[in-house]
Write a protein that binds this ligand. Structure first.
Ligand SMILES: [Zn+2]
Length: 571
């Protein structure tokens, strides 16, 4: 392809709208343009990357036995009412009416549509298992679309759905997708980690997320250095060393005492005021779980994990109580809540609080705390793991200290069980002729997000550094003297030879200053750059530079093709 013929509008300046590196670089490298908030056009060079990721996904899905199909974007409301999600999905569901006033939505995901298809077509156990997938545009009315295509309102996704006769077979389907996803992200050339995850609004019992590791990632990951455990921090088990958990505290229970703590609002202020460590404090949070009031207790240096607590309570809604409610329940403003005298409410304490003695809590009275609080004597509660895992916590499998890193979620696989098949009546007849409910799984990959995450993981101050497998082109051929016939002839010849070997080339034939060409080359991030200039050519040389390492070699033009062929296999 000739650069001069392409729509490839690179920008020198970073557009003010972009915060994230990938967003900035995709705009600057002429890969995407914004149409409206969270809605983007993919320009030719950006769309090449999308197509490459899609093709890797397609190949791996097909070889795992899945079949590609295409479902409608426009979904009738009746189906979503059947599953209950017309109401549950909330404002993120893009809704519209047709000319007859019938309700529709633009699909944010396709469990309803695929389950409807399968319930109509599948009759017998002989028709199962099935794994059906599509690569398609999805729409979600994000409250705050941001980070370019990372969190957009319209985005490209691969979604797959498996249908099995029973749990055992569904587990096999899940495992096949787990392995296919590993191969997909490996083939994309990305560093990633698979983590145990929460199932969120999709529902179901069990899920894994595929995270591209990047410092800018929004997700926090806890993982064991021995590689036997890794989980989203939302879900990671919080396990303290025994020595800390049992405490070295004295075995004598000191008498409960109320102390004045005027205007003390935070844990730090309280620690300074009472000369104690946060580990001696217990924070009490007042929450509303659906319509029930819950007191949740965590150690002063720990953080409550709302997702764990919500799962524990099987609540639909869980939120911190507002200031008025806190006042009503504790007779004090926010900051002075505690478990003493609160037994009419359900009190849940984190496991790390269980063995504490002589600790400090709020006294449910303005400007007052209790010291020397002890379980059993002063308050009772139930215990569970309800906090966020943090540095110092141990691997629940092998007790090594957990490590933490950040990632970008690009894939998510779920065991759905019978959630949708039951709601929509997707059944089959088993071998004995009995009617059974189909067991489902669902499996998503954000295609555009994978592209953005690849950039977040692979860039430097000059621009993008594409992994070969998803690079828009493999080689950028750069003739420096476009008016020199010999230079241009060689550039065209090598381009043709490489393309006959299925090595994709972009030939920068623009008649502009070499400095600008070099800058654009680094920005766009094509793995190999071949520079042909008349001065080098007189000496019988051309230069090949590797974008990733910055390493360059001058070699004879005769050897360029074999050099490039070899270099691409090594990158
Ligand atoms: Zn471990």
């Amino acid at each position: 392809m000739h650069y001069s013929r392409m729509l490839l509008p690179t920008l020198k300046e970073t557009p003010a709208e972009a915060e994230l590196i990938s967003h900035k670089l995709m705009l600057r490298a002429g890969m995407i343009r914004k149409l409206a908030a969270g809605i983007y056009s993919y320009l030719p060079i950006g769309y090449r990357v999308i197509r490459k990721i899609e093709n890797i996904i397609r190949q791996e899905m097909n070889s795992a036995g899945a079949q590609e199909l295409l479902l409608p974007v426009l979904n009738p409301a009746e189906l979503w009412r059947e599953s209950g999600r017309w109401e549950l999905y909330g404002a993120e569901l893009m809704r519209l009416k047709d000319r007859h006033g019938r309700d529709f939505c633009l699909g944010p995901t396709h469990e309803e549509v695929i389950t409807d298809l399968v319930r109509r077509e599948v009759r017998s156990y002989r028709d199962l298992p099935l794994n059906l997938y599509q690569i398609q545009t999805k729409l979600r009315d994000e409250i705050r679309p941001r980070f370019g295509i990372m969190r957009a309102r319209e985005f490209i996704m691969k979604d797959a759905y498996s249908f099995d006769c029973n749990d055992h077979d569904a587990q096999i389907s899940y495992q096949q997708m787990y392995e296919a996803y590993n191969r997909i992200f490996e083939r994309c050339g990305l560093t990633f980690r698979v983590v145990e995850a929460d199932s969120g609004s999709i529902g179901g019992s069990f899920s894994h997320e595929f995270m591209i590791l990047a410092d800018s990632g929004e997700e926090r990951i806890a993982y064991c250095p021995n590689a036997d455990y890794s989980a989203n921090v939302e879900r990671a088990l919080a396990v303290l060393p025994d020595s800390l958990n049992s405490g070295e505290a004295p075995s004598v229970l000191a008498p409960l005492e109320a102390v004045d703590t005027p205007n003390i609002k935070t844990v730090d202020e309280l620690c300074a005021f009472l000369s104690c460590a946060p580990e001696n404090l217990v924070k009490t949070l007042i929450l509303k779980a659906d319509d029930q009031i819950i007191l949740a207790l965590v150690r002063g240096d720990h953080e409550l994990n709302l997702i764990k607590l919500k799962n524990l309570l099987s609540a639909d809604q869980l939120e911190l109580a507002d200031a008025d409610t806190v006042m009503q329940i504790t007779n004090a403003p926010v900051g002075f809540a505690g478990p003493v005298g609160m037994n009419k409410y359900r009190i849940i304490a984190d496991n790390a609080v269980k063995n504490m003695i002589n600790f400090i809590t709020g006294a449910n009275k303005t400007d007052t705390h209790y010291i020397n609080v002890n379980w059993g004597r002063d308050a009772v509660c139930e215990y569970a793991d309800i906090r966020v895992a943090q540095a110092g916590d141990l691997c629940p499998k092998c007790a090594a200290a957990l490590n933490f890193c950040k990632g970008i979620e690009v894939g998510h696989i779920f065991k759905l069980g019978a959630k949708y098949s039951k709601a929509l009546g997707a059944v089959f007849l088993d071998e004995a002729g009995r009617q059974q409910t189909i067991i489902m799984g669902c499996y998503g990959i954000g295609v555009g997000r994978t592209m953005a995450a690849a950039i977040e993981q692979n860039y430097d101050q000059n621009g993008i550094i594409w992994p070969v497998a998803i690079a828009p082109y493999h080689v950028l051929i750069m003739p420096l003297d476009v008016d020199n016939e010999q230079v241009m002839q060689l550039a065209e010849d090598i381009c043709q030879q490489l393309e006959s070997l299925k090595i994709e080339c972009l030939l920068d034939d623009r008649d502009i200053r070499p400095g600008i060409k070099f800058k654009d080359a680094d920005l766009i991030g094509i793995p190999l750059r071949l520079t042909i200039g008349k001065r080098d050519l007189k000496k019988g040389l051309a230069e090949i530079k590797i974008r990733k390492s910055g390493k360059s070699d001058k070699i004879s033009p005769d050897n360029v093709v074999s050099y490039i062929k070899n270099a691409l296999t090594l990158l």
